[in-house]
Design a protein around this ligand. Sequence first.
Ligand code: NAP
Length: 352
Amino acid sequence: MQKYRVGVLGATGAVGQKFVELLDGHPWFEVVALAASERSAGKKYIDAVNWIGATPIPEKIADQTVVLANPEEVDADFVFSGVDASVALEMEMAFAQAGMPVISNTRNYRMEPTVPLLVPEVNPEHLALIDRQAYSDHGGFIVTNPNCSTVGLVLALLPLQKAFGLEAVHVVTMQALSGAGYPGVPSLDILSNVVPHIGGEEAKMETEPLKLFGTLTEQGIQFADFKISASCNRVSVLDGHTESVSVKLKTAADLAAIKAVFRAFEDPIAHLGLPSSPTPLIKLFEDERFPQPRRHASLGNGMTVSVGRVRADALFDVKFTLLVHNTIRGAAGGAILNAELLVSKGYLKHRI
Ligand code: NAP
């Protein structure tokens, strides 16, 4: 396959760097444009970026010159966006209106009625919304991925939602520091500490799953009708959001049936053979001590969601613990999987 030429908006940021790292050697995509603010534009990437990755900057990327993040400067088939949310609204729209698909990580367009909020295994049919975007005639569109904690939650709920339906979900998160970008939370705020507030996070977790599990209709997405209550905490962990989840099912089921559903669950898009699809999609632990972020966040190259401690709940039907890699499945890796699905469904084209 001729590789797609890809631009990264916000390439110098924490999420942008993860895009650069994960796209190195990608079989379908090649990074040809690194875009950021005027602070970075004109510099070599290696000089503009404060690289925080665990591996060195890919050789082909280090000497590329950073350009301004506008459609005139970025010559690519499509762009991944990891820009600061404060500038994403106008910038992403400018790219879409200029005829360039935008695969975004930012929150700005997630709840926009014609923009798919996408997790490929959960709601691939929502891609049909693209044709309802005003600028799609010129080839431009916006597709978003959810908040990093939401991705793990909806993937872990997916087997239960399919088998029994969902009535109510209560979730308490323990979120890693890398989710706050760089330099993120000051060390004196978080060492030996837990911060019981992450701005805007609870509202996102209480609404985004309802769109993701929503039904595509002529009028748009009809949101799912179950209730979610979320409490979000920042903890002193580098990578990997852990979530304690209690679920009330629409159709009651006993613990054995619930465990059997988790065990038997198969990745609904495995047949597409997308390069970033993990095996397994959901890793079910029987060992009571697991999952743990330091040991399991990188399973499936950071794309697997781990579930453990599945047990009866005194208030609802079942409770369990999940773990999701926040900067891979929850950000750049999730967006790359979205782009792979778009390729397989024929939405991404090579621009001449
Ligand atoms: P970050 O480290 O602060 O990076 C921000 C990026 O935006 C930098 O590349 C910066 O370029 C660029 N930028 C800022 N102002 C700009 C402008 N006026 N024009 C062009 N580029 C501009 O932030 P981050 O943690 O990577 O997060 C990026 C986005 O992803 C945010 O919207 C965030 O909410 C979302 N997100 C983050 C995570 C996570 O785990 N961190 C997860 C999911 C979603 P310069 O270096 O040139 O300033």
